[in-house]
Design a protein around this ligand. Structure first.
Ligand SMILES: [Zn+2]
Length: 55
């Protein structure tokens, strides 16, 4: 595998990551959260959004 191919693959995956992260945030922003408490965190059953219970 050539370096150029590797760099192109990395850039492609970064683009995908940005896309999926944006989509996840969009879904989580729209979610009517249904949290369940797990240890020191609460996780939404619908969108998997996790928040610490310590602030
Ligand atoms: Zn949610």
């Amino acid at each position: 595998m050539q370096i150029r191919e590797i760099v192109e693959k990395i850039n492609s995956l970064k683009g995908d990551l940005t896309y999926w992260e944006a989509l996840l945030h969009e879904v989580q922003n729209d979610c009517q959260h249904d949290y369940v408490k797990v240890d020191y965190y609460k996780t939404c059953l619908k969108c998997q959004k996790t928040e610490s219970l310590y602030y």
